[in-house]
Design a protein around this ligand. Structure first.
Ligand code: TYM
Length: 331
């Protein structure tokens, strides 16, 4: 069975963009692929984190994976730091990665601009850790949002380079970026993507927001000039709201457009808020219902399965490069 691998960072709060662009697709794809879903806490520390909050958010994100519908009976859920091979392979790939290609990464440029001082070497190295995540599992497909496209290209490049220099070791993965929802935009500024790190939280609907917050955020959502409610790329604010509506309800575009024909923006926003609240209610109940012991068991199982596969790939990579220790030399 072919494999998928994906992950999210346990920083800030998971939002509708994360769900519609990525997690939602994990849930469907898990039935067709052997699936690995990782909580990437080592990526999180590339920017400063409060240790207590990071530990809490790591477990919360595992609960969110389960509550959106990742089934631990068929998929592997694990925490990145539980599998030391991720950091180890990163070192190997660091020795193949080029400074110039990492300097070109737009996420690095954006994030380092925001931090201007004290940019960590870890932030620069972020894509190499991500490549290690993916390559350790001989991944076929990586379901992500549009903002990860460049990191995926880098992953493909470095896998190809390693295979060329040291022999066939890694499968070269393909990105899976959905046609609809790959880039959900901020409700307060439709020229920017919805983002956890956005200072303006009104633009970002969190999966754990209560109904009041959801209503408030949609009510304040900016709209375009004009009055028509139609999918139209020249009107990004309305198109973004309609895209969220489409994905949450599963209704076809024509049906949505005819439903809102002749109606005002306020009505669209209110309806969308209602749809979102109804979607979030059972999900949030699920999150609350996942006990600590149950979660520990799932994460322990995930850790064991992941370590086994990651261990094999890492050993092959070491051997291919001629890295041998005392215990493996039998001359
Ligand atoms: P993270 O935690 O920023 O986001 C998790 C997933 O959500 C997608 N996403 C969006 N999709 C649509 N619209 C948006 N506004 C939006 N914002 C975020 C992201 O594309 C992502 O798929 N680097 C990754 C985590 C990672 C990873 C990996 C992913 C680490 N190793 C290996 C895949 C494979 C990240 O920061 O995700």
């Amino acid at each position: 069975m072919k494999r998928i691998f994906s992950g999210a960072q346990p920083t800030g709060n998971i939002h509708l963009g994360n769900y519609l662009g990525a997690l939602r697709n994990w849930v469907t794809l898990q039935h067709e692929y052997e699936s690995f879903f990782c909580i990437v806490n080592l990526h999180a520390i590339t920017i400063p984190q409060d240790p207590k909050v990071l530990a809490e958010k790591t477990r919360e994100l595992a609960r969110i994976y389960l509550a959106v519908g990742i089934d631990p009976e068929i998929s592997t859920i694990f925490v990145q730091s539980d599998v030391p091979q991720h950091a180890e392979l990163t070192w190997i790939l660091n020795c193949l990665a080029r400074m110039s290609e990492l300097e070109r990464m737009t996420q690095f440029k954006d994030k380092s601009r925001k931090q201007s001082e004290n940019v960590s070497a870890g932030l620069f190295d972020y894509p190499v850790l991500m490549a290690s995540d993916i390559l350790l599992y001989q991944t076929e497909l990586v379901p992500v949002g549009d903002d990860q496209k460049q990191h995926l290209e880098f992953t493909r490049d470095i896998a190809t380079r390693f295979n060329r220099d040291f022999g066939d070791t890694f499968r070269v993965p393909e990105p899976y970026i959905p046609k609809v929802g790959a880039r959900i935009m901020s409700l307060s500024d439709p020229t920017k993507k919805m983002s956890k790190s956005d200072d303006d939280a009104t633009g970002c609907v969190m999966l754990l927001d209560d109904p009041d917050a959801v209503n408030r955020k949609f009510k304040r959502a900016v709209t375009d000039s004009g009055t028509e409610i139609k999918f139209d790329n020249s009107r990004p604010a309305i198109t973004n709201l309609l895209t969220i509506y489409q994905l949450l309800t599963g209704q076809p575009i024509v049906e949505i457009e005819s439903r809102f024909a002749g109606r005002g923006y306020a009505q669209l926003k209110q309806n969308l808020a209602d749809v979102t609240v109804e979607f979030l209610r059972p999900f949030q109940d699920q999150v609350k219902g996942i006990g600590a012991e149950h979660l520990n068991r799932i994460l322990r199982q995930g850790r064991e399965k992941a370590r086994q596969i990651a261990g094999t790939t890492l050993a092959n990579a070491y051997a291919a490069m001629g890295i041998v220790g005392a215990s493996t030399t039998d001359e």
